[in-house]
Write a protein that binds this ligand. Structure first.
Ligand SMILES: C[S@@+](CC[C@H](N)C(=O)[O-])C[C@H]1O[C@@H](n2cnc3c(N)ncnc32)[C@H](O)[C@@H]1O
Length: 345
């Protein structure tokens, strides 16, 4: 038989890729059934865990051992299982750095990834965006609280990277849970923010903004950012996590309208997951583009260099791209409007 393979090439990367979803599904399931929540106060035996979560003992033992292997649990004396420091910090509801809602949002997209081929053939998302943007109450809450979980971590870095001192009025376009606005106004005395988002999202954002003690500094505007007129006279416009849902034409239009809504010396901040020029790096950003294709009609990923060019052609200057520190995959493209758009066009 003709042997055509090169003995110098190791297939290990391909073998590893074939089963990587095992780990994701294990973690998503552990989160969904509330495993770390159950183990918050004390370690429990397999039988106790199975009984409390309504599982059969034999598969539960397999699950717990795999969780132990992945660093999600540790085994203690008497064959009891406890959270590791990692899951105790991030996977127990009510903890300040809780990530379970964000994990749940990824869980809601698991089936969509299973339908990747169909989405590629049909050219449309595998799940209807309306379902998590208002139509399904539970999915919408999971989406908005998931964004909040993530934004708390990222936002605490964002406030250190952006100096808004002296600025007074922020418009947060597609501001979702309002977390960034709450953190930025907390960091910047005298700054007020308006969060523009869809009505059902804004209703949940009000709860979150209130729980962060920011109800006086942050107000909400229910609307559609493609149609609702932007409030005028801002000195900062933040557009975060929006461009990955939109086409180039819509992004350019949002930049143009942001320029119209900014005062002289106004700052535009566009924060998102972007690729490098060329679109093939970083790998996470390329996969994120597919994730957005599966979950939003115009979803994808843009290159930061393209966004910088769109901003320059809308009259912004002093344009810079700021990278969040690893492992955060986010980047910000920022620019200042030194002239009014009509002067530069
Ligand atoms: C990925 S989230 C980003 C939220 C937040 N800015 C952040 O960075 O965490 C995208 C947001 O855009 C909102 N959105 C999507 N389409 C919209 C539209 N047509 N008008 C207003 N908001 C919209 C969604 O409800 C969601 O809150």
């Amino acid at each position: 038989m003709h042997q055509d393979h090169n003995p110098g090439i190791n297939p290990a990367p391909l073998i590893a890729l074939t089963t990587r979803y095992w780990e994701s599904q294990l973690f998503l399931t552990a989160n969904r059934i509330g495993l770390s929540h159950l183990l918050d106060k004390e370690a429990k035996s397999t039988a106790e865990i199975a009984a409390a979560l309504g599982l059969k003992p034999r598969p539960t033992r397999l699950l717990l051992k795999a969780c132990e292997a992945l660093g999600l649990l540790k085994e203690e004396p008497d064959e009891c299982f406890a959270n590791t420091s990692l899951t105790a910090a991030f996977m127990v509801p009510g903890k300040p750095a809780y990530l379970g809602d964000a994990v749940r949002y990824a869980d809601n997209l698991y089936t969509a990834w299973g339908n990747l081929e169909q989405a590629l053939r049909e050219g449309k998302p595998a799940i209807a965006a309306e379902s998590y943007l208002g139509r399904d109450e539970e999915k919408t809450r999971a989406f908005v609280y998931g964004m909040h979980n993530r934004a708390l971590g990222i936002g605490n870095t964002m406030v250190q990277m952006l100096n808004l001192k002296g600025r007074q009025q922020l418009l947060d376009v597609g501001g979702g849970p309002g977390t960034y606005s709450a953190l930025l106004t907390r960091q910047t005395p005298g700054l007020h923010a308006v969060v523009l988002d869809l009505p059902d999202v804004v209703a949940i954002a009000r709860e979150i903004i209130g729980s962060m003690g920011a109800a006086e500094q942050v107000t909400t505007l229910a609307g559609d950012y493609k149609q609702t007129p932007f409030p005028a006279d801002n000195d900062v416009v933040l557009i975060s996590g929006v461009f990955h849902r939109e086409t180039e034409a819509t992004c350019r239009e949002l930049i143009r309208r942001a320029a119209d809504a900014l005062q002289h010396n106004g700052l535009l901040v566009i924060s998102d997951i972007f690729t490098d020029a060329g679109g093939a790096e970083p790998a996470f950003a390329t996969l994120f583009g597919l994730n957005m294709m599966l979950s939003a009609p115009d979803g994808g990923v843009h290159a930061d260099a393209d966004v910088a060019e769109w901003m320059a052609s809308a009259g912004f200057d002093s344009i810079q791209t700021l990278l969040f520190p690893p492992p955060m995959p986010h980047r910000m493209v920022i620019g200042i409007l030194h002239s009014y758009p009509s002067e530069s066009s």
